[in-house]
Design a protein. Structure first.
Lengths: 377, 165
C-alpha cells in the first residue's frame, strides 16, 4: 500500500545526472537567501533564487506609524545605505504635506547620500573581494570605509542607521569646520580607491575569473527590468540622478559610467567607477552649497496630508529605489510600497548562471550588487 | 599587459603597503573624538545641533513631565516609560520623569526632537553594556549624571597614509 504524502513532502524524482544543491540560506555562503542550484557535473543547468528569509513587514509597519516615526524602522532593510532608502520616502511625504525644502538642506542631503552610497559600495566591494578569495580586497575597503563613516558620524551622530533625513529637510546642520575635514578625507579616499586598480581590477587573476562569465545582453537587461549597476554594465545609460534629477542633482557636475560587455567584470567595475563620481559630486556640492540658512522646515506634531498618492524614486547604491506613498487624510500613511533595486536584479540570476561552472557562481551572484535584506523588505 | 607583469604589479601594490601607517583604531586604549557634546535640539528653530547620539542626559530642573518624549518613542522603540521621582519641582507637579530602557532604545534621537523644554539631550557616552537586562534600564537619577568620557583619537592624514594618531 502506498501512503499519500501531503504536498511539499512528496519524494522528488531523482535523475541520476542532475544533482540539486542548496546554497544558503546560512549567511556565509549567500547572504540571507537560498540559491537552489541544479548541477550536471560541474556545470549549472538551472538555478532558482529563493529569497524571503528576512522579511520584516516594513510596508505593513508603515501603516501604523505616523510620517515621522516611520523613519527609524524604514532604514533597517539596508543600514549601510540608510540615507538613500529614506530619500524617496522623504521626497514623497514632502509632496503629500506640501513642504518646500530649504536650498541648503538639499545640498546637505546630496552630500550625505553620496557619502552613504560610497559606504555601501565599499562594504559590497569587501564582500565581493572575499568571495573571490582576495582577502586583501576585504581588508582595504573595510578600512577605507572608515574615512567616510567618520564623516557621516560627524554629520548625523551615528555610524550606521543615521535617521538623518526627515520630511522637510534634514535633522541637523553640518558641524563647524566640516568642509575642510570632508574635503581632506574625500580626497584621500579617492586616492585610496585609485590604488584598487592595480591590486584588484587590473589583476589578471580577477579578470580571468570574472570576464565573460554571466553575460547579460543589453536586450535581456532591459527585458528583465534590471536596474542600477547591472543595467549600466550591459550598455544602457540609465541613472535616475541624470534622467529624473531630484533635489539639486541637475546643478551638479558628474557623469554616468556605462560599460558594454555585460559580464561579471563590468558589473563589478561600475560601482567602483561610480565612487569617483560620488567624490566629484561631494566636492561640487560643498562648493555650490549656500553657506548659511535653515536646513529643516518646522513641522506640526502628527502632520496630515490630503487624499493623494505620490511615487518618487532615487538612485541608490543598488539601482532605482522607489516609494509609493498613499495618504488618506490621516497622520499615518494608508499604504507605503517600497520598490527596491536588489529585488529587481534578482530575477536575472537564473539567466546568468545557466551553463556556468559552479565555481563561478560567487563571482556572478555577488556581482549583482545584491542585498538580501533589502530585497525581502 | 601580460599576465606576469599584471601579477607583479598587483603584488607590488600590496608590498608598498608595508610602509603605510596602520589605520586600525586600538579601541579600549584609544577612543574616537566626536563633534560637540552629543546631539541636541533647539525647539525654537526646529533644527538639531550636530553631535553623537549616545546615552541621554536629563535635566531635572527643566523636565516638566509632559510625556512628549514617551509619546515620540511609542512608534519607534517603546523604550521610554514615565516614572515617579521623589523630588519637588514647581514646574513638575506630577513628579514624573522619563526612564529609558537601553535594551530597546535605537538611538534615533526623536525623543530629543520632541522635547520642547531643553530637558533631554544625548551625550557621547556609548559604553552601556551590562550583565543583566535590568542594568540597561536607566532611572531619571542615572540619566541626570554627566558622562565622563575621554575621547581624543582623530583621523590624521599625511604622506604615509591615514591613521588614528
Amino acid at each position: 500500500m502506498t501512503t499519500q504524502l501531503p504536498p511539499g513532502l512528496q519524494l522528488e524524482k531523482v535523475d541520476e545526472r542532475i544533482m540539486t544543491l542548496n546554497v544558503g540560506p546560512q549567511h556565509p555562503g549567500s547572504g540571507h537567501m537560498r540559491l537552489i542550484v541544479q548541477v550536471d557535473g560541474d556545470y549549472i543547468v538551472a538555478c532558482d533564487p529563493d529569497p524571503g528569509y528576512v522579511h520584516r513587514g516594513e510596508e505593513k509597519m508603515c501603516e501604523y506609524r505616523n510620517y515621522i516615526t516611520n523613519i527609524p524602522h524604514l532604514e533597517r532593510p539596508v543600514i549601510h545605505d540608510s540615507c538613500n532608502i529614506l530619500y524617496p520616502y522623504c521626497l514623497a511625504v514632502e509632496e503629500i504635506l506640501g513642504l518646500e525644502v530649504p536650498e541648503r538642506a538639499k545640498y546637505v542631503r546630496v552630500i550625505a547620500s553620496e557619502l552613504n552610497r560610497c559606504v555601501y559600495t565599499m562594504y559590497w566591494l569587501a564582500i565581493y573581494g572575499i568571495f573571490l578569495g582576495h582577502s586583501t580586497m576585504f581588508m582595504w575597503p573595510m578600512g577605507d570605509r572608515e574615512l567616510l563613516i567618520d564623516l557621516l558620524e560627524k554629520i548625523t551622530g551615528a555610524r550606521v542607521t543615521h535617521a538623518y533625513f526627515v520630511p522637510g529637510g534634514v535633522r541637523n546642520d553640518l558641524p563647524a569646520n566640516f568642509e575642510d575635514v570632508c574635503l581632506r578625507q574625500v580626497n584621500y579616499f579617492e586616492k585610496r580607491i585609485k590604488e584598487y586598480a592595480d591590486i584588484f581590477y587590473d589583476n589578471p587573476i580577477l579578470i580571468s575569473r570574472t570576464e565573460n562569465t554571466g553575460i547579460l545582453s543589453r536586450q535581456d537587461a532591459i527585458r528583465l527590468g534590471t536596474t542600477g549597476s547591472v543595467l549600466r554594465a550591459s550598455g544602457v545609460d540609465f541613472d535616475i540622478r541624470k534622467k529624473e534629477p531630484y533635489d539639486v542633482y541637475e546643478n551638479l557636475d558628474f557623469q554616468t559610467n556605462v560599460l558594454q560587455s555585460g559580464d561579471s567584470y563590468a558589473r563589478s567595475k561600475i560601482p567602483w567607477l561610480d565612487m569617483f563620481e560620488s567624490c566629484r559630486i561631494i566636492r561640487d556640492a560643498l562648493r555650490k552649497m549656500p553657506k548659511s540658512g535653515s536646513v529643516r522646515v518646522k513641522l506640526k506634531p502628527n502632520p496630515k496630508g490630503g487624499d493623494v498618492e505620490v511615487y518618487r524614486r532615487v538612485e541608490s547604491g543598488r539601482g532605482a529605489l522607489g516609494m509609493h506613498v498613499i495618504s488618506k487624510s490621516k497622520p499615518e500613511p494608508y499604504r507605503v510600497k517600497i520598490s527596491v533595486g536588489s529585488f529587481r536584479n534578482l530575477i536575472c540570476i537564473p539567466y546568468l548562471l545557466r551553463g556556468e561552472k559552479l565555481g563561478n557562481m560567487p563571482a556572478v551572484y555577488w556581482s549583482l550588487n545584491y542585498w538580501p535584506v533589502e530585497a525581502d523588505r | 599587459m601580460g599576465t606576469a607583469s599584471g601579477i607583479i604589479k598587483a603584488l607590488n601594490s600590496g608590498i608598498k603597503h608595508l610602509a603605510v601607517k596602520r589605520f586600525t583604531l586600538r579601541y579600549p586604549e584609544q577612543k574616537l573624538k566626536f563633534v560637540g557634546d552629543g546631539y541636541q535640539y533647539d525647539p525654537t528653530t526646529g533644527v538639531g545641533i550636530a553631535g553623537y547620539k549616545g546615552r541621554h542626559i536629563l535635566f531635572h530642573d527643566k523636565c516638566t513631565g509632559c510625556q512628549l518624549c514617551a509619546i515620540a518613542c511609542e512608534g519607534v522603540a517603546e523604550a521610554i516609560a514615565m516614572v515617579k521621582v521623589n523630588e519637588n519641582w514647581k514646574h513638575n507637579k506630577k513628579a514624573i520623569m522619563p526612564q529609558i530602557d537601553y535594551g530597546k532604545c535605537v538611538f534615533c534621537g526623536l525623543c530629543v526632537d520632541a522635547c520642547p523644554f531643553y530637558a533631554l539631550y544625548m551625550t557621547n557616552d556609548y559604553e552601556l553594556s551590562s550583565f543583566t537586562k535590568e542594568g540597561l534600564i536607566y532611572t531619571p537619577s542615572q540619566l541626570q549624571v554627566k558622562p565622563h568620557v575621554q575621547q581624543d583619537a582623530e583621523i590624521q592624514i599625511d604622506d604615509r597614509g591615514a591613521s588614528h594618531g
